[in-house]
Design a protein around this ligand. Structure first.
Ligand SMILES: [Fe+2]
Ligand SMILES: [Fe+2]
Length: 220
């Protein structure tokens, strides 16, 4: 099987991710590259391993998690679906078997909240790992006055931990610490509600409940 490490080592993968980072930077969008994709890959794999999915599925989740935002090299809109089509060519050149390829493409193409659904366990893991990555370090703008609401809620997040309570509870929990001087908890909740609802459906696909805890208070 094609491994996560082999995918990571691909020169094409590196080049497209670097360029996507550069292009998103010109519009001041939050960070979607090395730090984010590493974290999504690690947490996608961690979720499936903790929930007793096979090592093979966990490896595919790591690969899909690492590649999920590559479509930003074309355009930030529809980057999930564009990304899946770019990734298909790369992984075919790396001889990924068709069944694995389909799983990875579906996970990438379904990670955006407007059009995506957790169609497989791998897809569910990538959705959760992606949406829970909220952190001040993702904000690339320097001037606070130019922040969008999304920048501000990320900037306010000083800590974000993905917790997995396995049997018998089966709870996937995002525990956030938010600086209320920058963004109120309710404001955060309002902005991220659709993402959190997508996480809840994805967690159900994995047979789990999803919880959101902000500054010690359970909101979902
Ligand atoms: Fe994305
Ligand atoms: Fe992402």
């Amino acid at each position: 099987m094609l491994t996560f490490e082999e995918v990571k080592a691909s020169a094409e993968v590196k080049a497209y991710i670097d360029k996507a980072h550069q292009y998103l930077g010109t519009m001041g969008a939050i960070e979607h590259s090395w730090r984010h994709i590493d974290r999504v890959a690690i947490n996608s794999r961690r979720l499936l391993i903790a929930l007793n999915y096979s090592p093979h599925e966990a490896e595919l989740a790591a690969i899909a998690g690492y590649l999920h935002d590559m479509g930003n090299v074309v355009n930030r809109y529809n980057h999930g679906r564009n990304g899946a089509l770019i990734v298909k060519q790369i992984l075919q050149r790396l001889n990924m078997p068709l069944e694995d390829l389909s799983t990875v493409l579906a996970a990438i193409g379904n990670h955006e909240e407007k059009t995506g659904t957790a169609v497989t366990s791998v897809s569910a893991a990538v959705i959760i790992a992606d949406k829970v990555d909220v952190h001040s370090s993702r904000v690339r703008k320097k001037d606070i006055a130019s922040f969008t609401t999304r920048d501000r809620v990320n900037y306010a997040a000083t800590k974000s931990d993905l917790e997995i309570d396995t049997d018998p509870n089966k709870i996937i929990r995002l525990r956030l610490e938010i600086d209320p001087a920058i963004c109120s908890v309710m404001e955060y909740f309002e902005i991220f509600l659709t993402k959190m609802l997508m996480c809840r459906r994805a967690a159900e696909r994995l047979g789990c409940k999803f919880e959101l805890v902000i500054n010690g208070a359970k909101l979902l």
